[in-house]
Design a protein around this ligand. Structure first.
Ligand code: DAH
Length: 339
């Protein structure tokens, strides 16, 4: 009897099954009442009393062993079955949604592209600056109101650590380390301590431009900016330069472009003037060149600076500057096709 039990155990141990149905057949063959192990329980009646304990234990162990084996086989088929059931592995995957480029990045990249074609490279500088690069080297007198606590964010009450209020600071950094000719633009984020409204924000973006070489003239400035305006707003765009004042340029001007919305006839965007102001510019003040150790008798230069938010608002008819910083996907998704 014990030999028979041992032989059955070896037989069960070696079982392999290729389907769920086969496992069920094996279960009936071995474990059911009329199965082989069931018969052992019947034969048990004939076992002599002194062997009953040993044989009984062996049959029980065999039954448990067989049950586990059958269950393991069954589970294997159940798992496999549910994983592949109804699945077509050749079907295309779920589409992955891509984000969209921020409207400010779209316009910034477009402006960089226009100036790149005119031979300008791109440079960047730090957002946390010192007084020298943001004000002093740009010819701001010590008592200039831009240094005022009202306009500039100072860090930890140290007046020499501040958030740059314009990207003109990068002009200085580049001129300090580069021999002319210099022809570059400087995009970046700037900060001003201003109340947030539909028209102004305490964080915004500018692109600064600088060209320093021998014989750079105001005519070069005007031609470069006209070319830029035509590429950005359309071939028919006109520009006009109005005299202005900046400490770092002399002479200085503000540039208007003909309103691209009404074509110059007058509308509510250009406040019925036909013109839109988009940037400040001028000839680099000789003092600024000298402060950066550039010989102002040999070299001249022009500079310009513009706000990316303002241009983007004009471009897409955006009425409130705060939209740029709220990251509302309903706003951002509208620029999907432009990406
Ligand atoms: N930095 C000026 C501003 O933030 C803009 C500007 C004006 C930049 C004239 C220039 C310039 O380079 O020549 O308002």
């Amino acid at each position: 009897m014990l030999d028979k039990i041992k032989a059955l155990q070896e037989e069960i141990d070696a079982i392999v099954a290729s389907s769920k149905e086969e496992v069920e057949e094996l279960r009936i063959k071995y474990i059911s009442k009329k199965g082989l192990i069931g018969q052992l329980f019947n034969d048990f009646k004939t076992v002599p009393a002194e062997q009953k304990k040993e044989v009984g234990q062996a049959i029980n162990t065999l039954k448990t062993f067989a049950l586990e084996k059958i269950n393991t086989l069954k589970e294997g088929f159940e798992n496999n079955g549910s994983e592949s059931a109804g699945q077509d592995l050749t079907m295309p995957g779920e589409p992955m949604k891509l984000g969209t480029r921020h409207p400010l990045s779209l316009v910034k990249n477009e402006i960089i592209g226009i100036f790149a074609r005119l031979g300008f490279t791109v440079a960047e500088g730090p957002e946390i600056e010192d007084d020298w690069h943001v004000f002093s080297a740009l010819n701001f007198p010590p008592e200039h109101p831009a240094r005022d606590m009202q306009d500039t964010f100072f860090i930890e009450k140290d007046p020499d650590v501040l958030l740059r209020t314009h990207t003109s600071s990068v002009q200085i950094r580049v001129m300090e380390r580069t021999e002319p000719p210099i022809r570059a633009i400087f995009p970046g984020r700037v900060f001003r301590n201003e109340a947030i409204s539909a028209r102004s924000h305490c964080i915004f973006h500018q692109i600064e431009g600088l060209y320093v070489d021998e014989n750079v003239s105001f005519a070069d400035l005007k031609q470069t900016l006209l070319q830029f305006a035509k590429e950005l707003f359309g071939e028919d765009t006109k520009i006009r330069l109005r005299p202005s004042y900046f400490p770092f340029t002399e002479p200085s001007a503000e540039m208007d472009v003909s309103c691209s919305i009404c074509g110059g006839k007058g509308c509510n965007v250009c406040k019925y003037t036909g013109w839109l102001e988009i940037l400040g510019c001028g000839m680099v003040d000789p003092n600024v060149l000298e402060l950066c150790n550039i010989d102002s008798r040999k070299y001249t230069g022009f500079a310009f600076g513009m706000g990316i938010e303002r241009i983007t608002m004009l471009r897409y008819g955006i009425k409130d500057i705060r939209h740029f910083f709220e990251n509302d996907v309903r706003f951002l998704k509208q620029f999907e096709s432009a990406t």
